[in-house]
Write a protein that binds this ligand. Structure first.
Ligand SMILES: [Zn+2]
Length: 567
């Protein structure tokens, strides 16, 4: 929902001034106490969008897995196109920032065997469970590890919640539910923000917390609705090569194995332990939940191929005319999943055409348009990050090792997957009401005669699922805007059908492929919006901040307080 900034005066008259609730349309309100210059529309090339998306998602690029020949081809193409667009190299005289990664590929998986000493339950890898290790071990062995059901696996002192209280899980395997305890409530009120997913609901958090608790293994119980994706996505994403940051000397401790099980597997295991999954799930939603020792053990083993390598973020800059040391950033991840489990027709390349060849192409199209329009006041940065699909690794690396100081970075816009089913009246704002960047967005929406729909699925936690989050965590205000669902041809019903088809049949699978039939007019309209927002931020003298009460505001304020220039 859109929060008014306290003390804000003088909303532009004639604005639509709709009352915005979660899931409702908003738009038109523009704060007058920020400098939000009006900007001309950009000359954005549809040919660039089509050419680059088609090329990046061709089989020749093999799904753009970091550290493969697909990376070399992608980096070469982006460098060439950034240069041709008229950008300068972003990292000194280099177009890239090296990102040290390690790739771990599991193989020869033994089944997952769960026993209470009498009955053995045996589960097949991929179809019933998946597992990886974050450790750089050639051999992973989980041997007779005692199992504990820990509900949502959350330890959040600031919310007075600890699923690990009173239980020692050292060396044990924890069984964890996906999402957070109040995901099924209607509104956004609740200990874990109601139906909106908090960071505590993400699998990354579950694995990190279990490791802090000393667990040996983690099995997240997959459930399509609270996970917001099907088992097919888990199956394709958790197999094959997995990339992680190179850890160095201060590596955190990791569990032996991080995995997922199908919901029916969890149901069967709990039943063998004399427990009921639905009852335990209901109990886990309450504050007085107590972890349950299951009296069962889990065992499996597998081998790992380990390879360290340098991946690359690609960075170009259009230096500002008056304030070249102030930066506005456009981000998109160039990587995708590479080779993945084959579709029935044998196709085993996850081409990532929508996700995120479109966003990567958009960086080039934006660079061309901004360069053509001439340098704005502030510098514009175009950052194509690596290893988003492995956990935002390229973005985290940049945000921890910024080429341009974060307190001199005004804010940014992330692009991850354009909607290719034709023009929509709206765009989808993921995490609206978070920062004053909304006012720049609203001005651009108004200029283009469009509206924004706020977070139709806050329970999916999308604000934590792409690269902008890595910047937000370091305090940099970031917008994340997706394609709309209210299609000009067919309305919200057609839009919902397109979105559902993508999630079920294409997302993170071999069928996210380029299609010559796509209607690019919607993509170009969304791109125009991103151009206007970036251009206006780059022309502005203001330093938009996070809104009062936002989780990232304290970090930004601290970063700005210690800075003698910039924010
Ligand atoms: Zn993506």
């Amino acid at each position: 929902m859109m929060k008014r900034i306290t003390g804000l005066t003088g909303l532009v008259a004639g604005a639509l001034a709709l009352t915005a609730c979660d899931g409702m349309v908003m738009g038109g309100e523009i704060a007058s106490d920020l400098d939000i210059p009006e900007v001309e529309a950009g000359e954005l090339s549809e040919a660039t969008m089509i050419d680059i998306t088609r090329t990046l998602s061709s089989d020749e690029f093999e799904g753009r897995m970091p550290g493969t020949p697909g990376e070399e081809k992608t980096v070469a193409l982006l460098t060439e196109r950034f240069e041709a667009a008229g950008l300068q190299p972003g990292n000194g005289d280099s177009w890239v920032q090296e990102v040290p990664l390690v790739e771990i590929t599991g193989k020869n998986f033994a089944p997952l065997t769960i026993t209470n000493g009498e009955t053995d339950l045996v589960y097949d890898f991929a179809s019933e469970w998946v597992g990886v290790t974050y450790r750089e071990d050639a051999q992973t062995q989980l041997a007779n590890s005692e199992m504990v059901f820990v509900g949502y696996g959350i330890n959040a002192p600031e919310r007075d919640w600890n699923d690990y209280e009173g239980v020692d899980v050292t060396g044990k395997t924890v069984v964890v539910l996906v999402n957070d305890p109040d995901w099924e409530t209607e509104g956004l009120d609740g200990k874990f923000n109601g139906k909106a997913m908090t960071f505590y609901g993400r699998w990354t958090y579950k694995y990190e917390e279990a490791a802090r608790q000393g667990a040996a293994g983690v099995l997240i119980v997959h459930d399509t609705e609270p996970a917001s994706y099907g088992w097919n996505v888990v199956e394709s994403s958790w197999q094959g090569a997995q990339a992680y940051p190179q850890r160095g000397d201060n590596a955190p401790t990791f569990t032996t194995m991080n995995g997922w099980v199908q919901k029916e597997v969890a149901r069967e295991v709990l039943a063998a332990a004399g427990q009921d999954l639905d009852e335990l799930t209901a109990a886990a939603k309450t504050q007085d939940f107590q972890a349950v020792e299951l009296g069962m053990t889990a065992s499996t083993s597998f081998e790992n191929d380990i390879r360290t390598f340098e991946s690359q973020n690609v960075i170009g800059v259009l230096p500002g005319s008056e304030a070249p040391d102030e930066y506005v950033i456009h981000t998109a991840h160039w990587d995708h999943l590479g080779r993945c489990p084959a579709a029935p027709d044998g196709d085993d390349i996850c081409n990532g055409a929508v996700d995120n060849a479109t966003g990567t192409a958009a960086l080039v199209a934006l660079a061309e348009a901004h360069a053509k329009a001439g340098a704005p006041r502030r510098s514009l940065v175009f950052l194509a990050v690596t290893a988003e699909e492995s956990g935002l690794l390229g973005a985290y690396y940049y945000a921890s090792n910024p080429v341009f100081p974060l307190d001199q970075t005004v804010g940014g816009i992330n692009m991850d997957a354009f909607q290719v089913a034709g023009p929509a009246k709206d765009v989808t704002v993921v995490g609206p009401g978070k920062s004053q960047l909304d006012w720049f967005m609203n001005a651009a929406l108004q200029a283009d005669g469009r509206v924004a729909t706020a977070n139709p699925k806050p329970e999916a936690g999308y604000y934590y699922r792409s690269d902008h989050f890595a910047f937000a965590k370091q305090g940099v205000p970031m917008l994340y805007i997706d394609g709309g669902e209210d299609l000009i041809d067919g309305g919200t019903e057609a839009g919902a059908a397109v979105a559902a088809d993508y999630t079920e049949n294409r997302y993170h699978g071999p069928k996210d492929e380029f299609n010559e039939e796509w209607d690019w007019s919607g993509v170009m309209a969304d791109l125009q919006l991103f151009y206007r927002i970036g251009r206006s931020m780059a022309a502005s003298t203001s330093w938009p901040n996070w809104n009062e009460g936002d989780e990232f505001k304290a970090t930004r304020d601290e970063s700005c307080a210690s800075s003698d220039q910039g924010c």
